[in-house]
Write a protein that binds this ligand. Structure first.
Ligand code: NAD
Length: 419
């Protein structure tokens, strides 16, 4: 059962946990700063509906920390978006950029909306209204939005076009995750799933366990989950179960992740896929597999459910899928967890490559993007292993926050506390 814990307090708990392991003590006020966003915009957008009526939507943009570079983070369209969720996601972005050493701060945005209930024209008007509202906050060197749950290239193209039109300029780097024709990067769509695969591959190497013998379950079959499933299967592992919001499917002999994606594209769900058995999401999360990849939303596994999880290792594709209580359970049982802020950092890393290409007006091949991404993720994984071993840290999550917090603190200290 997914937990309704507050993701923002979970983020703060993760920072407190890690801060106690930092090699040098952090001043209490600096620690407070590390646990709160610098600013949060809350706004209400009144939009014309197709039938001539008006409807008002609440929207947010949280800028968490800008010490290491421009704020950076996705925009989520979901009925459960809240101020605290956006604040938490913006903090995870700040630490994610630091852990992979990409020169950005952290931000996140969201609109409280179920996009499935609106036409493309209504969503375009909503997105352009949001773009206009956040215009004073964003810019190629200020804050750079990107896709998140239920947003993609289409929405990023609309934000870019609104910004450029109103600013009377061309600034493709104002958002990332655009379509290729509009300044997007090769490899961006697959980047998050690719880093999940790389994190899983590195973890199995570290554990000295052959990844091609592994069985894998993936919760959530959108952009992050489906690509992760495909690329992990390409390593030779057997994907035995996947799920989406309407339920899961299982085939002990292995699913073909690309065929399942085609089936989901045609039918809207993975359920009833030929040759598989329908299971619940809870069944999926508690299957006896070598690797569990939660790739849906935050709080998928809380402390109670963690006690029933049988996976031998977890790689987090979603942001915040394990609550701190769940983390405690896995730590006590020595189940390694590669945290979201490393495992899904491929998205922001290739967003960074997209932004670099936009600034230079010089575009890279997909091969170059994938090679550079692999270097970033493998180096970041090695930094975590080194932190775990040299500082005797209890988990990869603590290691990720120790590395990331130290980088943010160093930048803050170097900048000086002004004004
Ligand atoms: P998406 O909208 O493409 O896919 C989300 C998937 O999760 C869908 O298949 C949906 O049906 C499923 N889902 C929702 N609720 C579920 C539930 N209770 N149980 C099982 N499945 C459920 O979104 P996405 O872009 O793949 O994002 C998924 C996660 O990955 C989010 O936490 C997001 O913040 C994170 N993430 C995404 C990116 C990216 O580049 N797309 C980058 C970093 C992190």
């Amino acid at each position: 059962m997914a937990s309704d814990e507050n993701p923002f307090t979970n983020l703060q708990e993760q920072i407190d946990d890690a801060a106690s392991y930092l090699p040098s003590t952090v001043n209490d006020d600096v620690l407070t700063r590390l646990k709160h966003p610098e600013r949060v915009l809350e706004t209400n957008l009144t939009v014309d509906m197709d039938d001539g009526s008006l409807e008002t939507f609440t929207a947010y943009r949280s800028q968490f920390n800008g010490d290491r570079g421009p704020y950076k983070g996705g925009v989520r369209y979901h009925p459960d978006v809240s101020r605290d969720e956006v604040k938490a996601l913006s903090g995870w972005m700040a630490y994610k950029c630091a852990v992979v050493d990409v020169p950005y701060g952290g931000a996140k945005g969201g609109i409280v909306v179920d996009p499935g209930e609106y036409s493309a024209a209504e969503l375009e008007r909503l997105t352009r209204s949001f773009a206009e509202e956040i215009r004073p906050l964003v810019g190629e060197d200020r804050d750079i939005p990107a896709p998140d749950v239920n947003t993609g290239q289409r929405e990023m193209n609309w934000i870019k076009s609104t910004y450029e039109t109103l600013e009377r300029t061309t600034a493709p780097g104002v958002v990332t995750g655009k379509s290729i024709e509009n300044g997007g990067s090769e490899g961006r769509v697959e980047a998050t799933g690719r880093s999940v695969m790389l994190a899983a591959r590195e973890l199995f190497g570290y554990l000295d366990t052959p990844v091609d013998d592994a069985t894998v379950a993936v919760q959530g079959y959108g952009n992050a989950g489906s690509v992760a499933a495909e690329l992990i299967a390409d390593l030779g592992a057997t994907v035995v179960a996947v799920s989406d919001s309407s339920g899961g499917i299982r085939d002990a002999d292995g699913l073909d992740p690309r065929a399942v994606k085609e089936f989901k594209n045609d039918t809207g769900t993975v359920s009833d896929y030929a040759g598989s058995e329908n299971i619940t999401n809870e069944d999926l999360l508690t299957l006896d597999v070598d690797l569990l990849v939660p790739a849906a939303l935050e709080n998928a596994v809380d402390g109670d459910l963690a006690a029933d999880v049988q996976a031998d290792a977890i790689v987090e594709a979603a942001n915040g899928p394990l609550t701190p209580d769940a983390d405690d359970v896995f730590q006590a049982r020595d189940v390694p967890v590669i945290p979201d802020i490393l495992a899904n950092a491929g998205g922001v890393t290739v967003s960074y490559f997209e932004w670099v290409q936009n600034r230079q007006r010089f575009y890279w091949s997909e091969e170059r993007v994938n090679d550079e991404l692999e270097t970033v993720i493998v180096d970041a994984f090695d930094d975590l292993v080194e932190a775990v071993e040299t500082l005797d840290l209890p988990s990869f999550r603590v290691a990720a926050y120790v590395v990331a917090i130290q980088r943010v603190v160093d930048a803050y200290t170097g900048n000086g506390n002004w004004p």
